[in-house]
Design a protein around this ligand. Structure first.
Ligand code: ATP
Length: 640
């Protein structure tokens, strides 16, 4: 069938600042680059480090992060029709990142099967498609090995770097080619540095796979390559050699490049790797910085000459990108691509399945959390063992309850701040796919549905162990545990929203604890420990600590009757000392000691009946608000 991806005068200028954020200036990254790539062929982009290869690939796939002050001019067409990277009808464009991230605890087969199902395949057709892809990409031997990496709770050992790259290509192109999908549209695969980090043999195999993919699927494959060995260079069909600023130094068949340069006076030495020869030609020789001005000036002059020669040459002989991009629409031979996707409900089911599998295989993390919860509860219980029902127990109960709230919310917040950013890069890549992508809603809901109940188990265990040790009110136990569990869910959702709004995991980890401290400061609306200024009082309604604290206070004190004397072990021991006895007597005789829990709640300005339930409802409101913020942040960031 055949199709051509072309780009014309791609210009990208960024606004840069020095390390202190001053002295803004402009830097031209891409200086009007034009070229094209044909289907059924591999176009390798070569050039010295920093010449703009990755920026060009990002511009073609509409992935450049153009900030305020930057400018991007970029016209990309497929068979003469302009493509935007979103809802193009004629072409399906896949982008394979340099460092692809996956869900670490899924096997290679499971990863591909999910990709296939998200592209609308049935279970049977997905299994068949995955098997054939595994064979084509030489991934059969590691099909049932976990991918590994660090998207889970710890770095998981998994497949090799080469297998990872092949998996990334398989994952992005699964079922999109003409032979498998019969979609009839054009397939463009952009691959950023597929060979970097691989040994020469692996790198060569990778180039072979790209060539196979291009020829088998009639795909337009464009990749950036770092110093391919001679054999790999001979395998690619076309070469785009770039000098700094992505200026074209050569563009055409790889077999013609050496004779072209010979023609303009640059002979490749015998037995020399042609790729290295080409890259050397367009590299600036800065020498060792001492007396190297001459070498630098010479190399710059050589590069200018090479670029000028190509400009002259391409005007007369090579098919010009400008012509290709302006081809009339009637010449397009491609049919509309069938964008493969499944409905949101199915997306949700599939993603929930993955979240569950990922969580199940990370049970060791939950084991550690369980041990930590029981250990902490035992320490809390030990420090406040059997408080008794004397007047002195009131203050200690209030303190234990506040500490329990802070502890459970901190643990949940840290877990969610750590966990979410790890999978964000993977999820963003998957959501951005033209085929088999999914929307934030199903992803987010599936994550909440699977992870929230698991997260709520730990505060319940913590509270369940601690409460009998401390001797907390038995009749309010259920409500006490519910308050802690809901607070943990609210803290997790706060962590999610902070992560989703933050530009990076580091920023989220820096902001998260500060936000929690603010929650704690605004959490004591009853004034048991601190007063909240009137001006900040409305804000305290957003504090998850406040609702949890009110919930546990009410569940604890409702229906509790106090004794006149302190009977707990600590008070008895203290009472034996005459000096202490006097201090205690003074402290507790100053005011009228509360007779029952209702007196305490009244003293704290809280309703004496049924307020724990209301506090739980308010907590649900806080959690829902955070969930909404996270969802909106995911949608907005996806739209960028
Ligand atoms: N947003 C940006 N702000 C400032 N400079 C940038 C930006 N993006 C890219 N650059 C600079 O533009 C040049 C080209 O970057 P690019 O990553 O495209 O090069 P490359 O040819 O892929 O390099 P390498 O082969 O080393 O990966 C580099 O010097 C890089 O530092």
């Amino acid at each position: 069938m055949g199709g051509t991806l072309a780009w014309r005068d791609v210009e990208y200028v960024v606004r840069t600042k020095d390390a202190d954020g001053h002295n803004a200036s402009s830097r031209v990254i891409l200086r009007g680059t034009s070229a094209h790539a044909n289907s059924g062929r591999v176009l390798a982009i070569l050039g010295p480090s920093g010449c703009g290869k990755t920026s060009l690939l990002n511009a073609l796939s509409h992935r450049l992060d153009v900030k305020r002050g930057d400018s991007l001019e970029c016209v990309v067409t497929y068979d003469g029709k302009r493509i935007t990277g979103a809802d193009d009808e004629d072409v399906s464009m896949s982008y394979v990142e340099q460092e692809p991230k996956f869900f670490s605890n899924l096997t290679v087969r499971e990863t591909l099967e999910l990709d296939a199902r998200l592209r609308g395949e049935t279970q049977e057709s997905a299994a068949a498609l995955v098997n054939s892809t595994l064979r084509k990409m030489s991934l059969m031997t590691c099909a049932d090995t976990v991918v590994g990496g660090d998207t889970g709770g710890k770095a998981v050992a998994g497949i090799s770097g080469g297998e990872r790259r092949r998996l990334a290509i398989a994952s992005e192109t699964l079922g999109l080619g003409t032979t498998d999908s019969k979609s009839g549209g054009g397939l463009v695969v952009l691959v950023d540095e597929p060979t970097s980090g691989l040994d020469a043999f692996q790198a060569d195999k990778m180039v072979e796979k790209l060539v196979e993919l291009a020829e088998r699927e009639d795909a337009c494959v464009v990749c950036t390559l770092h110093q391919p060995r001679s054999a790999s260079f001979a395998k690619v069909h076309d070469v785009l050699l770039l000098a700094s600023g992505a200026r074209v130094a050569y563009h055409g068949p790889s077999e013609d490049v050496i004779s072209y340069f010979r023609g303009i006076g640059f002979e490749c030495p015998e037995h020399f790797n042609p790729a290295e020869f080409l890259i050397d030609l367009v590299s600036v020789d800065v020498g060792d910085g001492v007396g190297s001005d001459d070498a630098e000036a010479k190399s710059r002059a050589r590069i200018e000459r090479i670029v000028d020669e190509w400009a002259k040459h391409s005007k007369t002989t090579a098919p010009r990108a400008a012509d290709v991009t302006r081809a009339p629409e009637s010449t397009s031979t491609s049919k509309a691509v069938r964008k493969k996707a499944c409905d949101p409900l199915k997306q949700f089911r599939l993603l929930a399945g993955r979240a569950w599998r990922q969580a199940k295989r990370e049970m060791w993390v939950n084991g550690v959390r369980m041990v930590a919860s029981v250990g902490l509860a035992a320490m809390f219980g030990g420090c406040n063992f059997q408080l008794g029902l004397g007047p002195r127990s009131v203050k200690r109960r209030v303190a234990v309850l506040m500490q329990a709230c802070i502890n459970t919310s901190m643990l949940a917040l840290v877990k969610s701040l750590n966990g979410f950013p790890r999978e964000r890069a993977t999820v963003r890549r998957e959501m951005a796919r033209q085929s088999g992508g999914y929307s934030p809603g199903p992803y987010f809901l599936s994550k909440l549905l699977i992870e929230t109940p698991i997260d709520m188990v730990f505060p319940v265990v913590f509270g369940g162990v601690m409460a009998p040790m401390v001797g907390l009110n038995k009749s309010g136990r259920k409500m006490f545990l519910t308050s802690l569990a809901l607070q943990s869910a609210a803290a997790s959702s706060l962590g999610l929203s902070i992560s989703a709004l933050s530009p990076s995991a580091d920023v989220a980890l820096a902001i998260g604890p500060c936000v929690m401290v603010l929650n704690i400061m605004l959490g004591d609306a009853s004034g048991a420990f601190a007063e909240i200024p009137d001006s900040l009082a409305p804000l305290s309604k957003l504090s998850l600590i406040r609702h949890a604290f009110e919930g546990v206070l009410c569940s604890e004190f409702e229906g509790l009757v106090f004794e006149k004397e302190d009977t707990d072990a600590k008070s008895k021991k203290l009472a034996k000392s005459r000096g202490v006895r006097k201090v205690l007597a003074r402290r507790f005789n100053e005011g009228v000691p509360p007779r029952n829990g209702e007196d305490v709640l009244e003293g704290l300005g809280l309703p004496v009946r049924g307020h724990a339930g209301r506090a739980c409802k308010s907590q649900l409101g806080v959690a829902a608000l955070n969930v909404a913020v996270t969802y909106v942040a995911l949608v907005l960031k996806r739209a960028k």
